[in-house]
Design a protein around this ligand. Structure first.
Ligand code: PFF
Length: 453
């Protein structure tokens, strides 16, 4: 396919909403609140904001530069930027990371759909122990989670086969405003509860005595996760940007949207949790185990409101997960259809079938097929570990080193300034962050994960 024929986003708004949709996902609504809850609330948020500014935005910008320059899938874009040398394999690593994440991300996205269904039919009502056991019973079932995994993967497939404008952009323009309306509705309902102010305080009033090294590194990792850095998504979407796009401004806008959604997610969860005296430090199980009970208790006097809030919450989670799943799917779809010279549809089928198999195996490994273990980890945890703890930091760090040290400065500057049409005032700061701050900070996260520092 020549660059003239290549797809692109049709409007600036569509481009921002689609890319922000890729970034806004379970990381914002599921991971951010529990990370903040575990790490002291507001102090974590302050550190997180610094990480987004100093690391997340430069890394996102780097992927924008490589993607738009290449106007091709992530592997080919790195190949073009490197002039065909070994750095192209960093692009391939991004594609592999995106591909592997797609399968297991579909599993968690499928759980969200199950919880929409369960809220709708009132299955999440009952005594607190029943609600807590509900998740274990469901996730250990061999069939149900696998079916939901496939349902959400097919939904992403359906959007992707309609192309960049007719599929991704159109769906994002519908889903992102829906997401904001749902988010704001639940924030209002949660903040109106008696005693909600303690939750708002926890989230917005920093206590810096709670700052620790692991909070700092946790915030760094979270900023990468949340902004979808180093998994090919940002680079792939940037390959559909126009030459007029102001890359720095777009990176700022997308990061602001992503961060606002994360903070609003905290404002949905913490006021409700504090109003019933639940401490929001229950880790990853927060939204599937703790939260249904919080909703039941908090809105106990108004069961209809509780039903609506719970339903809207899991709908919101599903919409956020779906827009991210689409961006992950697109990474491998564009790779297959461009590299194998097949149609977009065929590329998407390869991804849906193979990621469907990975997803179903991951799901089964949590329950009835618990013999599916490697190195003591079930497949689900293994994919999470290999992609999140090894491939993401490695890909992020190598991208910074590649662009900061090996690509000619003029090439980077030309993309940064859109060939002199936008200001290059921040280029020096960007290059400094890219060359020194980002690689060292990412190295620190990496070493910390393995207990080396
Ligand atoms: N950035 C998205 C999120 O926050 O959910 C997408 C994503 C992040 C997908 C990390 C997968 C992943 F491992």
């Amino acid at each position: 396919m020549t660059s003239e024929e290549r797809a692109s986003f049709g409007s600036k708004l569509g481009m921002i909403l689609a890319t922000a949709g890729g970034a806004v996902g379970l990381g914002n609504v599921w991971r951010f609140p529990y990370m903040a809850g575990d790490n002291g609330g507001a102090a974590f948020i302050v550190v997180y904001l610094c990480c987004v500014l100093l690391l997340g935005i430069p890394c996102m910008l780097s992927e924008f530069i490589i993607g738009r320059h290449g106007a091709a899938n992530t592997f080919r874009a790195y190949n073009k930027m490197s002039g065909g040398n070994a750095w192209k394999y960093v692009g391939l690593l991004g594609v592999v990371t995106g591909f592997l994440i797609t399968g297991y991300y579909a599993v968690v996205s499928g759980w969200c759909l199950q919880y929409v269904y369960a809220s709708l039919v009132g299955e999440l009502k009952g005594n607190p122990q029943y609600v807590m056991d509900y998740f274990t019973t469901f996730s250990h079932n061999p069939v149900r989670p696998a079916i939901w995994t496939l349902v959400i993967l097919f939904t992403a497939h359906f959007v992707i086969i309609h192309g960049v404008r007719g599929g991704i952009e159109r769906a994002s323009k519908l889903m992102m405003p829906t997401l904001f309306v749902l988010l704001l509705t639940i924030v209002v309902a949660s903040c109106l509860l008696p005693g909600a102010d303690k939750g708002v305080d926890f989230l917005l009033r920093p206590d810096f005595s709670k700052m620790t090294k692991s909070m700092f590194l946790g915030a760094l990792g979270q900023s990468f996760y949340s902004l979808s850095i180093a998994m090919g998504c940002i680079c792939t979407y940037a390959s559909y940007f126009s030459r007029q796009t102001n890359l720095l401004k777009s990176a700022l806008q997308i990061s602001v949207i992503d961060t606002i959604v994360a903070i609003l997610a905290g404002l949905m969860i913490f006021p409700a949790a504090f109003s019933v005296g639940v401490n929001p430090d229950s880790g990853p199980s927060l939204i599937f185990i703790t939260l249904p009970n919080v909703f039941n208790q908090a809105f106990g006097g108004m069961p209809a409101v509780g039903w609506v809030v719970s339903l809207l919450f899991y709908l919101l989670l599903s919409v956020a997960a779906l827009t991210s799943l689409m961006s992950l799917h697109e990474v491998s779809t564009s790779f297959f259809f461009e590299e194998l010279h097949i149609t977009r549809k065929k590329g998407a089928v390869i991804v849906t079938v193979s990621c469907g198999i990975i997803g179903v195996l991951c799901s089964l490994s949590l329950g009835s097929w618990d013999f599916l273990r490697i190195g003591g980890m079930d497949l689900f945890d293994l994919f999470d570990f290999v992609t999140g703890q090894i491939f993401l930091p490695l890909g992020g760090m190598l991208t910074c080193v590649f662009l900061g040290w090996f690509v000619p400065r003029k090439t980077v500057r030309d993309e940064f300034t859109s060939w002199g049409t936008v200001s290059g005032a921040f280029f020096g700061i960007y290059l400094f962050l890219l060359r020194f701050v980002c690689p060292l900070a990412i190295l620190a996260i990496f070493l910390h994960q393995f207990g080396i520092i």
